[in-house]
Design a protein around this ligand. Sequence first.
Ligand code: PHE
Length: 367
Amino acid sequence: MQDETGAVETRIMDAIAAATDLSALEDVRVAALGKKGEVSALLKTLGGMDADDRQRLGPVFNQLKIRVTEAVQSRRATLEAEDMSRRLASETLDMTLPVDTDPQFEGRIHPVSQTMEELSAIFASMGFDVAEGPDIESGFYNFTALNIPEAHPARQMHDTFYLTAEEDGEPLLLRTHTSPVQVRTMQAGDPPFRFIAPGRTYRCDSDQTHTPMFHQIEGLVVDEATHMGHLKHTLEAFLTAFFEVDNVAIRFRPSYFPFTEPSMEVDMRCHRDGDKLVVGSGDDWMEIGGSGMVNPHVLTHAGIDVEKYQGFAFGMGIDRLAMLKYGMPDLRAFFGADLRWLKHYGFLPIDVPGLAGGLSNKSLAAK
Ligand code: PHE
């Protein structure tokens, strides 16, 4: 019996050594140690033996089982290691190679960036330059030069973020609107002026339609004969192009801004079609910004001869324009850095806005 066991062991050990992959090894293991396996069958015979034989052969069979189990384990470890080296050799990644997927379809342009590009393209076609100013402003440019003196209630209305750093004894601040760029740009050049100034603005405010940082676009035209008719036409032409509709009706409502006189709020015609907001026509009005004729005090602060020059200015919320055009309900999501939101509302990098191809290139957006 012991000889026989020796022969069984040799056969099984040979089979284990001969198994060249994990599934072949598993077959050998089942054939030896499985319920109906050869070793299991030997162990089962112990039950029918007399006490002497059982005492003699019990340890023999059990040792056999232990050796076979160990042999299978060690062979499995070897095969797994071989498998791993094979995979490591065949699956190496050359990180210097360009990625497989077409990058054109991966990244997304944020709707605010897209909208700013659209605004710049439209105003550029109307002969406007693009001007810029700093986010960190002085009280002078954000308020005083815009005819908002120190004790003026409008300073409180702006919910300003003040910094601890000071300039000329006054704390610096995060600009509450893009209007300071009016003064800075006029100081740096000579009239006539025709420019827009898109950029970030800050106010201590947060709800569904307000975020502490938001975006505005300022517009300024100063020339010898600039009047309100030019302002109205400019805004109408801009809105028609931006919303890609045939025409847009607007109305002016009397308002007050210290830096314009007279001052008007600008409303645009709109109506609801089910859930959808249709802009340009209809029986409802929607406010889209502030405007007016530049207050001569502002021109004086900027060193412009008010006997010779006059002009108009307007300011609109870029985020709000984007929300209206692309149907985005919550402003806070703009700054949530949620990739799913960006994939849904963002633009493909090849959707470069231009007047020729259709501003928003809707046909190209993979949505
Ligand atoms: N700066 C104003 C605001 O933020 C908007 C505005 C700009 C009004 C230019 C008139 C002219 O509310």
